[in-house]
Every structure is written in structure tokens, then in C-alpha cells.
Ligand binder design. Sequence first.
Ligand SMILES: [Zn+2]
Length: 266
Amino acid sequence: MPFTTLRLSDRVSLIQETGVANFLRCNIWHVRGRDCDLVIDTGMGLSPLKDWVRRESDRPLKAICTHCHFDHMGSLHEFDCRLAHPAEAHIFAQPDPAAVVYSGDWPRIEVVSPDQHPEFKPESYRITPAPLTGYLDEGDVVDLGDCAFQVLHVPGHSPGSIALWDQKARMVFTGDAVYDGDLLDSLYHSEPETYRLTLERLRALDADMFHGGHEPSFGKARLSRIVDQYLAGGQVMGNVMDWYRDLRQTRPDIYAPQDWGRVPRG
Ligand SMILES: [Zn+2]
């Protein structure tokens, strides 16, 4: 199977791309609505994602990328409706390896299982261009008919990072603005000072369910601890190779899917 789907609620499923190392595997969210569904982030693009989503839904699909990094935008090109922040539109249209952060040490760490994807070659891996068909910016609303998401511009990790906030359900999809792992603020277009403001803002949000771009979902108390640790200089990724070596020690089976079950509130 190219993906696994974990149903978290009637509304939300988590799709995981199999064969991608779980420390880097992006969370692909399928959000079901009355009039249309959302696919939030799209993985590395190793297998057709739209076909997989279509097995569960025949409603119109809107694909939203929280930002333009290779682990989030690989399958965006498959969708007819492709939405993200205008600050990164040029990268979606022309996803050069360096622009999507598949450069430096990243191609040197084993992010794709050679057993499951023998055809994958790090040196020739390229993201298919996915020009945006529409923009999402601060204050925009994505309406699914029976629920709606407010778009938050949350830069820092990248200049066009966005989050999607369902105010009524008190639930936020945060992309890489925050997740329960080491945060990345030293990419070529990261801005640590801006990142701090974004994290303060997310902490002040009236929400108690956070679905990040990586790692398991979490509640408000955990968010507060992540933000505190980051602001104190911790919970941040330094050297990529060191980080990778540490992870290989702590996660022996790096390609295993993560069965995270239900998300605690609070
Ligand atoms: Zn990212």
C-alpha cells in the first residue's frame, strides 16, 4: 500500500505516505465537508495521492499546502484546485531543489526506504511543478458548507506558512509552524524572530486540538510546553546530520507507520 489512512474522527483522517522515514514523513490531512473536502499537505509525491483520497470521497477536493517544502508539496500537482500563500507562489510554480529545501544535507539522509521504493534516487528526485490556482492569506475563509476554516499567516519556518483554524471545533492545522518535535528555524528562508511571534500567536489561539505537519497531534497544554521550550532555546533542530544520527538511535524502525490513535483534548 502506498499510503495508510487513520480515521481520527468523522471529519478528519490522517494519511501517511509509507516508505518515507517517520521522522520526516509529513502528515497529510483529509478533512471531510458537506460540499467539498480538503487535502492539507500532500507528502513527497512518491505515489498518486489523489487516487488514494478518491477511494474514500467523491466530493470536490481542494488541495492546500501549508508551505512549499518538498515533504509537503510532492503530490500537489495532481489536484485541480491548488491553494497556498502567495509569498511562495513562485516556488510552487518552479520547485527547484534548493527552493523546496531538498539540498545541502537533506538528500544525504535516508528519507525513503530503498526496500519500498527501489526506484527512488535522491540525486534525481524532483518535485513536479504545481502552479497555484488560488491564494490563501490571513483572514481568508475556506468554507466546506458545514464547517469553515480561517486562514492564519504564520511565517517563520517559511515566509508563506499558513495554518487553518476551525474556530467552532477549536481545532487548528498548523503545518510546520508548530508540531511536537524539533522545530526548524534555520532554513534559507526561515526567520527565527518571526517564528517566535508566530508561536506566541498560536499559543494565544482559542483552540485545544493541534494537528501539525509532522508527528502526533496534541492539545493546548502540550503546545504551551513546546512554545516554552523553543523560546528558551530548546526543541529546535541544529545540524541536520547530527539530528539524523540521533534519530537513528532512538527510532530503530524509521519507516514504521505511526499508529497514533485518538488525540487527547486539553
Ligand atoms: Zn517545512
